[in-house]
Design a protein. Structure first.
Length: 68
């Protein structure tokens, strides 16, 4: 299980996800299993598409986002 979580995190950190700017994404292993602007809908879709595995949820920053 821990390996899958680490793989999901590494995928998130190393992949160009700019096409999802401003959206929530759910990452399971080495793929994005759901994305969208509504967190609740993304979670529901991710639960279906992750086949019972844990998934990483993250909000992809938009260009206007300033991180301190």
């Amino acid at each position: 299980m821990k390996q899958l979580q680490e793989k999901s995190y590494q995928y998130f950190m190393n992949t160009d996800i700019s096409q999802y700017s401003g959206e929530w994404i759910a990452v399971c292993g080495d793929k994005i299993v759901a994305h969208g602007h509504n967190l609740k809908e993304v979670v529901e879709e991710a639960k279906k598409n992750s086949l019972g595995n844990k998934f990483l949820l993250a909000r992809v920053p938009s260009e206007e986002t300033m991180i301190f």
